[in-house]
Design a protein around this ligand. Structure first.
Ligand code: CTP
Length: 419
């Protein structure tokens, strides 16, 4: 039997061997399952180690947690546990289970089962393989549903006809895997997927769950491919039936995002949200209002969406000639990082890019030497007025009109006298 684990790096291999040995000692059978198996076969990097145990998964996680001085979080109700080792590796343990869906889109009821039943409940054949890790069969592939053949044929295929009905989030997953790996969705699977969309089954899923899966698409290395495919299949109706998206504009935005992301200045950011702002770019206010009400955005995401609606106005302000640095600062400072990034990729004008880059790299980093306490000492009470004085002094510093603490205090006194 071929050992599928031999080419893994030594550290990961040692961890897996140890899990297998402990499982054997307890007379359990442990397997690596899901996406990591697919990626091991494709020789793609994946550090999400998911272990299914025929036996007590929580007990196994606890034993290993003690051995590795790791932190174990137990989800007793689901028979699962997460182990974070002191070296930062995360391993998820779950008992082998079978599932039943009470209705389309519901969370499944789970009962203990064996490995085959656990694999049968999964989304696609390529994600329904396991690799045994107990010592006697270490590295052996368990492929009950033809996953290996589908991987070699670059095919996404569901395991049974009910798959998209049981769990309509799999429509988004199919698109994500199809586009990520440049696979094709098998004919029957595609028909089932289109039928589920025609019947509007995604609306059966709780919105936060559906949105979480959509967010994964926007977090892909190349979301544009997935977005084009989704547009072709569904026109983003799950976001709002009146949402109009022009693929050409999305493509332009994508190109500009890719270019900006290569710059160290823009390395860190919630880029998924910038794609989302782009999707809403041509929507009218009523659509945006509905989307904001429908989905579980964080406060920062909500503000970014609202601010992005004013992008054209802000760009107009930023285009005014002879703006000094502090004027740009005053325009951009109230905006979230994502709203600023969005402006940066939305505008084609070099002057806008230059001004935003300068703001992010320098002006937004400028700090005052004085603070509220210093102002109190010269008689300014805490409150809006203090905030305004501090901002005015900061602007003087950004424009390089002052630099030392002494000059800052002098400017504060002057401002106090004039206001
Ligand atoms: N799974 C499923 N149906 C879902 C979600 C997940 O059957 N709706 C199963 C699949 O076997 C999947 C595994 O759970 O491989 C792990 O899910 P997840 O971590 O979401 O996906 P990965 O396949 O690991 O994908 P990625 O590489 O994006 O992490």
């Amino acid at each position: 039997m071929k050992n599928y684990l031999l080419h893994l790096d030594d550290k990961l291999l040692a961890v897996i061997r140890r899990i297998g040995k402990e499982s054997e000692k307890k007379q359990f059978s442990a397997y690596i399952v899901g996406g990591i198996v697919r990626d091991i076969i494709l020789k793609r990097k994946n550090c999400d180690l998911d272990i299914v145990v025929e036996g007590d998964a929580i007990c196994l996680a606890k034993v290993l947690g003690r051995k590795w001085s790791g932190k174990v979080t137990v989800y007793k109700k689901f028979g699962t546990a997460s182990l974070k080792t002191s070296k930062g590796l995360c391993v998820d343990f779950a008992m082998a289970r079978r599932e039943r869906y009470a209705h389309s889109g519901a969370l499944p009821a789970v009962r203990p089962g064996n490995l085959k039943e656990d694999l049968r409940r999964r989304d696609f054949t390529v994600n329904a393989m396991a690799i045994a890790i107990n010592p006697g069969c270490f590295g052996w592939l368990v492929d009950e549903f033809g996953g290996l053949k589908d991987l070699s044929k670059k095919t996404i295929r569901v395991l049974h006809k009910q798959s998209f009905i049981d769990d309509p989030t799999r429509i988004l997953r199919a698109v994500r895997f199809e586009q990520r790996f440049s696979f094709r969705t098998e004919k029957q699977t595609l028909l089932l997927m289109k039928a589920a969309l025609r019947k509007k089954l995604p609306s059966n899923v709780k919105l936060p769950r559906y949105f979480a899966e959509f967010k994964k698409i926007l977090c892909e290395a190349d979301p544009l491919k997935c977005l084009k495919r989704l547009h072709q299949l569904d026109r983003f109706h799950f976001l709002d039936s009146k949402l109009k998206v022009r693929v050409r504009n999305l493509s332009l935005l994508h190109q500009r995002i890719q270019k900006a992301r290569r710059k160290p200045l823009y390395g860190q950011g919630n880029w998924w949200l910038i794609y989302f702002l782009g999707l809403l770019g041509e929507a009218d206010d009523r659509v945006v209002k509905r989307v904001l009400m429908k989905f579980p955005f964080t406060k920062n995401e909500r503000i970014s969406i609202q601010q992005s609606r004013k992008s054209s106005d802000i760009i107009r302000k930023l285009l005014v000639s002879n703006l000094c640095s502090s004027q740009v600062f005053r325009i951009l400072r109230p905006l979230t990082k994502e709203a600023i990034y969005y402006l940066r990729v939305l505008s084609f004008r070099a002057i806008i890019s230059r001004r935003i880059d300068r703001f992010l790299a320098y002006d937004n980093q400028v700090k005052l030497c004085i603070n509220g306490e210093d102002l109190k000492k010269i008689g300014v009470a805490a409150g809006n007025r203090m905030g305004k004085i501090l901002e005015d002094i900061l602007c003087l510093k950004i424009d390089k009109k002052i630099s030392s603490k002494r000059e800052e205090l002098k400017a504060a006194r002057l401002s106090l006298m004039n206001n």
